[in-house]
Design a protein around this ligand. Structure first.
Ligand SMILES: *[C@@H]1O[C@H](CO)[C@@H](O)[C@H](O)[C@H]1NC(C)=O
Ligand SMILES: *[C@@H]1O[C@H](CO)[C@@H](O)[C@H](O)[C@H]1NC(C)=O
Ligand SMILES: *[C@@H]1O[C@H](CO)[C@@H](O)[C@H](O)[C@H]1NC(C)=O
Ligand SMILES: *[C@@H]1O[C@H](CO)[C@@H](O)[C@H](O)[C@H]1NC(C)=O
Length: 362
């Protein structure tokens, strides 16, 4: 009886999962959208996970701490955005589909990252991408304290992206020739945020292997593998660099092998290679005060919970409570808090002492 009920539940869960997450015929990663032709919403589906929660046309009227702008930028060390929850004290797993852009600069029609949230940031500009990684106080970005987070990208369990309809642009690809006033879309981008760290990468679709450099199928192994970097807490630096080895690809004794992350239901007992950051050069360090001049005006109390999505209504959390998220096993996003913690524990034992550094930083 118990077994029957259990297997019935499993079947029901599998069925509802399948219908809720069927893959769309017009995946976000295939949508080429010029910066000058951004629609109100890049995603127009209404079934499955529901309609896009925010919008992509962002302007001075949407530039508030309650903005629901879902268009982000990875431009320069002083000019980038992260996707984070719209409402306070939320896990990444619970909000992956509805996250909004938080930026370091005014002018993008988004929320601003509260002053003090960025604690150390490294930008690496390579031929194929712009990568930013760093240390944050994630509670100032509405992310629940203790959440190990997960991946946001232009893939997603249904191809609609996480956040759904999220678009990312840059003015820093080589073809821009330093012209900051024009923006190019990166159809391939990934963000990992959680554990008070983040990494963000936008790949240049005009360069070879944008898909491999911005892979979105390695959502359980964090920044160390997806965006190997030398970010240091307390240091703000911009570097040039070579392209990384595509995520999952490694060379042993001259033999190139691709490791593929196992299915969500299979625990990861180890990854057969240790990623190393690609060579970087010409690193220049800055003070955060000189970089983030727009943020002082926002202050740390800038985390406003919009009425429409208010849950607890309170500010940033420091309680260390763990989330009750059950872990919606999406292929493109990572672990939620409880699932993530459990996953983290298995990874801890597999990776021995290098868990935190392995998960996020090499
Ligand atoms: C500003 O953005 C909002 C939200 O996307 C949109 O409804 C509005 O039309 C935009 N305003 C202008 C002047 O483009
Ligand atoms: C573009 O922006 C970056 C930083 O945001 C700045 O360092 C650079 O000088 C700007 N380029 C031009 C041509 O203004
Ligand atoms: C980064 O440094 C700040 C300030 O010293 C500290 O509070 C924070 O815990 C550090 N973050 C991580 C992830 O170690
Ligand atoms: C955050 O949410 C958790 C559970 O959802 C709760 O236990 C905790 O008290 C909240 N923290 C804050 C600061 O609201």
């Amino acid at each position: 009886m118990l077994n029957l009920a259990y297997s019935t539940l499993l079947v029901a869960a599998a069925a509802s999962c399948a219908s809720a997450q069927s893959f769309v015929s017009d995946p976000l990663v295939d949508k080429t959208i010029a910066y000058t032709a951004i629609p109100y919403q890049a995603d127009t589906h209404t079934d499955g996970r529901g309609p896009q929660s925010g919008y992509n046309i962002c302007n001075s009227t949407t530039e508030t701490q309650a903005s629901m702008c879902q268009t982000g930028f990875i431009n320069h060390l002083d000019d980038f955005c992260l996707f984070a929850p719209p409402a306070a004290n939320t896990s990444i797993g619970d909000s992956e589909g509805v996250e909004v852009a938080w930026c370091t600069k005014k002018g993008h029609g988004t929320r601003l990252i509260p002053d003090g949230a960025l604690q150390g940031v490294q930008l690496v500009q390579s031929p194929g991408y712009v990568q930013i990684a760093g240390f944050i106080d994630q509670t100032l970005l509405n992310i629940q304290d203790g959440d190990y987070g997960g991946e946001l990208d232009s893939g997603g369990q249904d191809g609609r992206g996480n956040p759904i309809g999220g678009l990312v642009y840059t003015n820093a690809f080589p073809s821009n020739n330093g012209d900051n006033s024009t923006y190019q879309q990166g159809r391939h981008w990934t963000f990992f945020v959680g554990g008070n760290t983040f990494c963000a990468k936008i790949c240049d679709d005009t360069q070879p292997n944008a898909e491999g450099l911005c892979q979105h199928i390695y959502d359980r192994i964090g920044c160390a593998f997806n965006a190997p970097n030398n970010a240091k807490n307390g240091t703000f630096e911009a570097c040039q660099g070579a392209d990384m080895t595509p995520v999952g690809v490694y060379v042993t004794n001259g033999v190139t092998t691709t490791w593929t992350q196992p299915a969500e239901t299979v625990s990861i007992t180890g990854v057969p290679y240790t990623p190393t950051p690609a060579a970087s050069s010409n690193c220049v360090t800055f003070t955060s005060a000189s970089l983030y001049t727009d943020l002082a005006s926002i202050g740390v109390s800038g985390t406003v919970t919009p009425a429409a999505t208010a849950t607890s209504g309170s500010g940033s959390g420091k309680s260390g409570a763990s989330a009750t998220k059950t872990g919606s096993g999406s292929s493109a996003t990572g672990s939620s808090n409880s699932a993530g913690t459990a996953m983290g524990i298995s990874v801890v034992s597999a990776f021995a002492g290098v868990f935190l550094s392995a998960l996020f930083f090499a």
